[in-house]
Design a binder for this molecule. Structure first.
Ligand code: PAF
Length: 280
C-alpha cells in the first residue's frame, strides 16, 4: 500500500509506473476524504477497470466560501487510508501548500464556464466551481490518469468537469457513477455526518420527493411545473433551497426530455445543505 504526500513523489511514481507498465490503465478517484460507500463504489469501479487506482484525499480550500464548512468538514485520514488499502488503491494525500505552492496573487486561476456555474449550486456558492476545476485540473496533471471517476450526485460538478475535458482537450475518460443511497434511500454524502437521527429521518423526504417525481413521470406526466408541485409536496416543512428541472446544459425546461433531464433538489436541515437528484 502506498501513500504519497508530495506532488513530486506522486508524479515520479506515476512516471515510473507508466514506463514499466505502458499498456496499463490508471484510474483516479478524486475525493475530499471522509470516505463512504459512495466513494467506495467509485474506487471499486476504478480498481475493476484499471490496473492502478489512485484515490486523492484533499479537502480543497478554494471550493469553499468564506462562511462555509471548510474547517469543520469531516476528516478521517486513518480510516480513509485503511479503506483504500483494503481496496488496493494508492493514496495521494497532499497538504494545502503542496497543491497551492504559490500565494493567491501568483496563482494561475481557472474559471468554470459561466452558463454552467452561475446557476443552482453556483448561485448559492459563488466561486465554488472555479475552485473545483482548479483543483481537479491540478489532480489530472499530477496523476495523468486514463480515467477519472465522479458520482452523478454532484450533477453540476460532473457536467462542468466533462465540459473542462472537452474544452481543454484533456485525454481523460470521465466515468459517471450512479448515486449510492443508504438502506432508507438517503443519498450518501460526507455531510450526512452532521445530521442527528431525527434530522436523518427528515432528510428521507428528499429522496421520497424524487421518487414521487419519478412515479408521476412513469405515469405519463411530462409537465415540469406539475412534476415539481407533486414532488415538493413531500418536502413540506423543510427549507427548500431549490427544486429545479433542467436539461444537461442546466437550462430550466418546461417539459421532460428523455435522456436529457435532471431533477435537482437542495434542502437545508438545521443549516446542513443536502442535495440529491434524478437523471432521466
Ligand atoms: O466531489 C468532491 O469531493 C470534490 O469536489 C472534488 C471533485 C474531490 C474536488 O475537490
Amino acid at each position: 500500500m502506498q501513500i504519497f504526500k508530495t506532488t513530486k513523489n506522486m508524479q515520479t511514481f506515476i512516471q515510473n509506473y507508466k514506463i514499466k507498465n505502458p499498456t496499463h490503465k490508471i484510474g483516479l478517484v478524486p475525493t475530499m476524504g471522509a470516505l463512504h460507500n459512495g466513494h467506495l463504489s467509485l474506487i471499486r469501479q476504478s480498481v475493476e477497470s484499471c490496473e492502478l487506482t489512485i484515490v486523492s484525499i484533499f479537502v480543497n480550500p478554494t471550493q469553499f466560501g468564506k462562511n462555509e464548512d471548510f474547517n469543520k468538514y469531516p476528516r478521517k485520514e486513518e480510516a480513509d487510508i485503511n479503506l483504500c488499502k483494503s481496496l488496493n488503491a494508492v493514496v495521494f494525500m497532499p497538504t494545502i501548500d503542496e497543491m497551492y505552492p504559490y500565494k493567491d496573487d501568483m496563482q494561475i486561476k481557472l474559471k468554470a464556464p459561466q452558463s454552467l456555474s452561475n446557476t443552482l449550486e453556483g448561485k448559492a456558492r459563488a466561486g465554488h466551481f472555479d475552485g473545483v476545476v482548479q483543483v481537479v485540473l491540478k489532480l489530472f496533471n499530477i496523476v495523468t490518469p486514463h480515467r477519472a471517476f465522479f458520482g452523478k450526485k454532484d450533477a453540476q460538478q460532473l457536467l462542468i468537469i466533462k465540459q473542462m475535458i472537452e474544452d481543454l482537450f484533456l485525454p481523460i475518460e470521465i466515468v459517471e457513477s450512479q448515486i449510492i443511497r443508504d438502506e432508507n434511500g438517503l443519498a450518501l454524502s460526507s455531510r450526512n455526518a452532521y445530521l442527528n437521527d431525527d434530522e436523518k429521518n427528515e432528510a428521507l423526504k428528499i429522496s421520497k420527493s424524487l421518487r414521487e417525481a419519478s412515479k408521476a413521470i412513469i405515469n405519463g406526466e411530462t409537465n415540469s411545473k406539475k412534476i415539481k408541485e407533486i414532488a415538493t409536496k413531500v418536502l413540506e416543512g423543510l427549507e427548500i433551497e431549490y427544486f429545479e428541472i433542467v436539461n444537461k446544459k442546466l437550462e430550466t425546461i418546461k417539459t421532460i426530455e428523455k435522456n436529457n433531464t435532471i431533477i435537482l433538489v437542495v434542502v437545508r436541515i438545521n443549516g446542513v445543505r443536502l442535495l440529491d437528484n434524478l437523471w432521466l
